[in-house]
Design a protein around this ligand. Structure first.
Ligand SMILES: NC(=O)c1ccc[n+]([C@@H]2O[C@H](COP(=O)([O-])OP(=O)(O)OC[C@H]3O[C@@H](n4cnc5c(N)ncnc54)[C@H](OP(=O)(O)O)[C@@H]3O)[C@@H](O)[C@H]2O)c1
Length: 258
């Protein structure tokens, strides 16, 4: 029996690297994103991996649409007959003073980072249940616990999904579905250049990891009981610092993000 993983935001960055990593482990992979041509490139790359590898099903869809996510699950079941793992990864950054930010940008962050994760979970859980259990890996961020002036919306959207992960973990335990909150730190992807709002600055000098590092950790975490994963010491210190000295951390973030 080959396991099946559905990854949202598979057309670039962490999602794309994660699709390749799961396919190398012989999982069948379903990749959902809006850019069809990027998914086709990924399909070509997976097809040329050394055997054995899983198959790839590209699905053009938008996570902000409940119908698109339901359709993605239907297509998954029609092609592979089961679903074992969800990587709720699609997401978008945003910076700028909350009051001056265009509502359109705020709405886009909420629709993508919050509604998108909710639609992904609500569409996939019945199928994962049918398969006898599995794993939901939620891509949050170290920003979830960040005191982050000028990045408040993004941080709050990630706090939402991290909070969701903690409660869902218990809610879905009787279905044998593990839930892990993945607190990702700065990663080299298209994320910075696509970020909405002010400043495309990357916060120069901060350590950056590769999407492949995050992808490898996601594959390793699947079907473990890990409640939360933070990959690097640097990121663990950020999370701890925001709990212990939020005022000082907030002032540092203010200088960096303004
Ligand atoms: N990079 C970092 O430093 C960092 C740090 C912490 C957390 N994260 C989180 O990691 C996740 C992945 O980001 P990334 O760094 O890999 O950035 P990325 O390269 O920009 O990838 C984002 C992915 O999300 C997809 N996406 C965006 N909106 C979508 C929508 N409405 N429907 C379907 N797919 C959508 C994009 O595909 P399409 O445009 O083709 O739809 C793309 O595949 C995000 O949740 C982000 O918040 C990133």
């Amino acid at each position: 029996m080959q396991r099946v993983v559905l990854i949202t935001g598979a057309s670039s960055g962490i999602g794309r690297a994660t699709a390749l990593a799961f396919a190398r482990q012989n999982y069948h992979v379903v990749g959902v994103a809006r850019r069809a041509e990027r998914l086709q490139q990924l399909a070509d790359d997976i097809a040329t991996l050394p055997a054995p590898h899983g198959d790839f099903l590209p699905i053009t869809g938008d996570v902000t649409s409940a119908d698109d996510m339901q359709n993605a699950v239907q297509q998954t079941l029609a092609r592979f007959g089961r679903l074992d793992v969800l990587v709720a990864n699609a997401g978008l950054g945003q910076r700028g003073a909350l009051v001056e930010t265009a509502w359109q940008d705020i709405e886009m962050v909420m629709r993508t980072n919050i509604d998108g994760v909710l639609h992904s979970i609500r569409a996939t859980v019945p199928a994962i249940r049918q398969s006898g259990g599995g794993h939901i890996l939620i891509i949050s961020s170290v920003a979830a616990s960040l005191v982050s002036p000028y990045a408040a919306m993004y941080a709050a959207s990630k706090a939402f999904v991290s909070s969701l992960a903690q409660s869902l973990r218990i809610e879905l335990a009787s279905d044998k579905i593990f839930v892990t909150d993945f607190l990702v730190g700065r990663t080299d992807t298209e994320f910075n250049e696509k970020r909405l709002g002010e400043g495309k600055r990357t916060g120069g000098g901060l350590p950056t990891m590769s999407a492949e590092t995050v992808a490898a950790a996601l594959v390793k975490t699947a079907f473990t009981h890990k409640r939360s994963v933070t990959l690097r010491l640097f990121d663990k210190l950020i999370v701890l610092g925001n709990k212990l000295i939020p005022g000082i951390m907030g002032e540092l973030a203010k200088r960096q993000y303004r």
